[in-house]
Ligand binder design. Structure first.
Ligand SMILES: Nc1nc2c(ncn2[C@@H]2O[C@H](COP(=O)(O)OP(=O)(O)OP(=O)(O)O)[C@@H](O)[C@H]2O)c(=O)[nH]1
Ligand SMILES: [Mg+2]
Length: 535
């Protein structure tokens, strides 16, 4: 019986043809249940959904994908036995699925088509309403010329997004949902915003939600999540970034209800690493971490693979490989692991060469953006790239350091740390981080001006411990002291037993250089190691 609904193609300018409305009303009357018609722009019925609970979803409609800048190309007209207006749920569905239109057709007690209520989305604006509800009319008197109408609406949508396109940057909304206090969460979002801008994204909004613990399905309640998604759509955001790690199941559940790209902090960090990796070793390590992250998140059918795998902009060395299936990903992981073992062997040879050179080794470690590379540059007159963004450096650089006394040492700079460093990334960067094992002394560089001084210090300590590098003697160096009010740097340094410097000002470095030389001499005389005669 329902086949009759499928067979007929409607004129493209009818929201629903008088004939289809009649058939729909008749069937609804007979089976006493609502029926939904999913209709394409060409007027064909793509799907018939029977029953009150039957709803289309982002995954069932994947043949028609929608972006924040376009509509889905499908409209939903649902019959209803009672004469009721469009509900909030209908309007949420309109927004989340980016349907061309949603409509409710009331069915009279005689089984004839009654009033038709329609709603459509508006072009995104920061404050304006997301949708417009049109006044109801009888189905055959509906004044909307559908094809013309939808063409104009899409033109408006694209014009709106034109301004975004000029900026050539993707836009993101940051979301935090956890039982922690709002203040704590907001503070973490400051760092997430740094990460986002470091990935070349423009952050257009931040949303914080204090949850009871245990929103297992979506990280936050489903009603709230839908609100957040609707806001994101309204503002024309390209992606939503959660500060909390999303479990594979959560990501899948979210992908069911929206086309919007939703990622978590870990994936953002992986994406930044992918953008920054230049050396072969760096690229391999990042790809390995990306694939390990991806593997448990494949949904099986692979439909959402491209949406999850590509990260923000489908960038990175793993990009094309991410389209392959699970087995091939496993093989690739094995292959990359072997390649990394090769790097490790090569590294051993490099190391033993350096040890033969018999210079003491100083390794700079610290939170990302603390000024590590700047310090290496100024101490060794080098030109390692520095930038006011996180994870500028991924590879290890070693340079000769000449002390005023004429003695020499090797100074190395490497990848920075961050709190909750993704464990896959830490594991993948083992070979890079292992270079620090040879250090005689670690220079722990801290941005003295940061508000989260203690968190930064503790995060670095945690990473050092997890790499079992915490046995190596350490010097705490407070950098960027030029940014502190006078006197404060001294107080801080005293409190933490640190040495204060500003890497941008050569003249502030003398005490540090002197301290390093003394420490190295002391170390050499303590262990009496013949391999470090230079100091
Ligand atoms: N005001 C001030 N800025 C500094 C100082 N040292 C470094 N910077 C700036 O801080 C930013 C980060 O410096 P980098 O040397 O790239 O930091 P990093 O620790 O190597 O960062 P990653 O490699 O990303 O982990 C750059 O914009 C530097 O110019 C300093 O002493 N004072
Ligand atoms: Mg650096």
């Amino acid at each position: 019986m329902l086949e009759r609904l499928y067979r007929r193609r409607m004129p493209v300018d009818d929201v629903i043809s008088a004939e289809a409305a009649k058939t729909l009303a008749q069937f609804t009357h007979e089976i006493r249940r609502p029926i939904g018609l999913v209709i394409t722009r060409r007027g064909a019925v793509q799907d018939v959904l029977v029953g009150a609970g039957a709803e289309p979803s982002a995954t069932t409609l994947t043949t028609f994908r929608a972006s924040p800048r376009s509509l889905r190309g499908l409209r939903l007209i649902r019959s209803q036995l009672k004469d009721q207006p469009l509900t909030q749920e209908d309007l949420t569905m309109l927004g989340l699925l980016r349907l061309d239109m949603i409509g409710i057709l009331a069915v009279t007690s005689k089984g004839e088509p009654g009033l038709l209520s329609l709603a459509h989305l508006n072009p995104p604006t920061p404050k304006g309403p997301l949708y417009t509800v049109l006044s109801s009319t009888l189905a055959h008197q509906c004044p909307v010329k559908f094809e013309t109408f939808i063409h104009e609406l899409e033109t408006d949508l694209q014009r709106q997004s034109g301004s975004h396109a000029l900026a050539a940057k993707q836009t993101a909304i940051l979301v935090s949902a956890s039982p922690k206090s709002k203040a704590d969460q907001e503070e973490r979002l400051v760092e997430l915003a740094d990460l986002a801008s470091s990935a070349d994204l423009t952050v257009i909004d931040r949303l914080v939600q204090r949850t009871q613990s245990g929103h297992h399905r979506f990280q936050l309640g489903s009603g709230k999540l839908k609100d957040v998604l609707m806001q994101a759509m309204q503002q024309g955001a390209d992606l939503l970034i959660f500060d909390q790690d999303l479990a594979p199941g959560q990501l899948r559940a979210i992908a069911e209800i929206t086309d919007l790209t939703v990622i978590d902090r870990t994936q953002l960090i992986l994406d930044i690493f992918a953008q920054r990796a230049h050396s072969r070793e760096g690229k391999v390590q990042v790809e390995l971490a990306q694939l390990r992250y991806l593997l448990p998140r494949l949904s099986g059918q692979g439909t959402s693979l491209s949406r999850l795998g590509g990260g923000i902009g489908s960038r990175g060395p793993g990009e094309t490989k991410l389209e392959t299936d699970r087995r091939r990903i496993r093989e690739r992981i094995d292959y990359l692991e072997r390649e990394i073992e090769g790097f490790a062997r090569h590294q051993d040879q490099r190391r033993s060469r350096r040890v033969r050179q018999a210079f003491p080794i100083l390794s700079i470690v610290g939170y990302t953006n603390a000024g590590k590379s700047t310090l290496l540059n100024v101490l060794t007159k080098s030109q390692v790239s520095t930038a006011p963004r996180v994870f500028e450096t991924l590879d290890t650089t070693s340079r000769r350091l000449h002390f005023p006394s004429g003695k020499e040492a090797i100074l190395t700079d490497t990848v920075g740390f961050i709190r909750d460093l993704p464990k896959d990334l830490l594991a993948a960067f083992r070979t890079t981080l292992d270079e620090m094992r040879d250090a005689d002394l670690l220079l722990h560089v801290v941005d003295a001006g940061t508000k989260d001084l203690d968190t930064h210090i503790a995060s670095v300590e945690t990473v050092l411990q997890s790499l079992t590098l915490d046995q190596i003697p350490r010097v705490l160096v407070f950098n960027k002291c030029d940014q502190l009010p006078s006197g404060q740097a001294e107080t801080l340094c005293r409190r933490y037993s640190a040495i204060g410097i500003s890497s941008l000002r050569q003249e502030t470095l003398a005490p540090l250089i002197q301290h390093l030389e003394e420490r190295l001499s002391a170390l050499a005389s303590v262990d009496g190691s013949p391999k470090k005669p230079a100091v």
